[in-house]
Design a protein around this ligand. Structure first.
Ligand code: ZN
Length: 221
């Protein structure tokens, strides 16, 4: 029987380390989770949500899927957003993509991997929506990274347009939606400058986030 004992051993060491640092840590977590943030990110093993932003168990509510896509009819993602906003009362939703995303690359190259091609069709939709902008980028890596950014921007819009977030804003709940991108090559997160606090801000923020070379500057910092 395969048991993955090395992972169990590693877990024991991790729990001991946390207990040594803060003896009551796990006991306190039993009684409540009180995260301020919801993280919507890519499933990529190189983008572990909590580690990247230095947050402990209990501090980050997380949803991940391939290429951090938010689809209006995805009950899984919608349920996570609803529970986070309405039950946990989180104040910030972060959509965090990453440069060199394999899912985005597959979408660009129209690679065939089976069932997942249907999921990545959503990223192809983003690509076609921004075709004029992307066609102006000759370097393939730059084009790939730019689509990673644009995909984040479009998913932020999708989050803002969910009934959950629309309703939260209508009743005056403090919820902001942010677009971030992570560099797997340097471990750094960049704010895409696309944060939305209410419905009225969305259009102008979107225009700002999708014009020209804005994000090329971010990559070269
Ligand atoms: Zn990815």
């Amino acid at each position: 029987m395969k048991t993955l004992q090395q992972l169990i051993n590693s877990n024991r060491k991790w729990a001991e380390m946390i207990n040594a640092r803060e003896p009551q840590f796990f006991e306190k977590l039993v009684h409540q989770q009180n995260p301020q943030y919801l993280w919507i990110g890519c499933s990529d093993s190189r983008v572990p949500a909590n580690e990247i932003v230095g947050l402990m168990p209990g501090e980050l509510f997380v949803h991940r899927n391939v290429a951090n896509v938010v689809v209006h009819t995805d009950l899984n993602c919608l349920s996570v957003i609803q529970y986070a906003v309405e039950v946990l009362g989180i104040t910030d939703i972060i959509v965090c993509g990453h440069f060199r995303c394999g899912g985005v690359k597959s979408a660009i190259n129209r690679e065939k991997h089976g069932l997942i091609d249907n999921w990545l069709r959503h990223v192809q939709d983003v690509m076609e929506k921004h075709k004029a902008l992307l066609d102006g980028i000759d370097d393939m890596t730059d084009k790939w990274d730019r689509l990673c950014e644009l995909n984040v921007v479009e998913q932020v819009v999708n989050v803002c347009q969910t009934t959950v977030v629309e309703s939260a804003w209508e009743r005056g709940q403090d919820v902001a939606v942010h677009g971030w991108i992570y560099g797997i090559h340097d471990g750094l997160v960049h704010d895409l400058g696309f944060s939305v606090n209410n419905h009225d801000e969305l259009d102008a923020a979107y225009r700002n986030a999708t014009n020209g070379d804005r994000h090329k500057v971010i990559r070269e910092k």
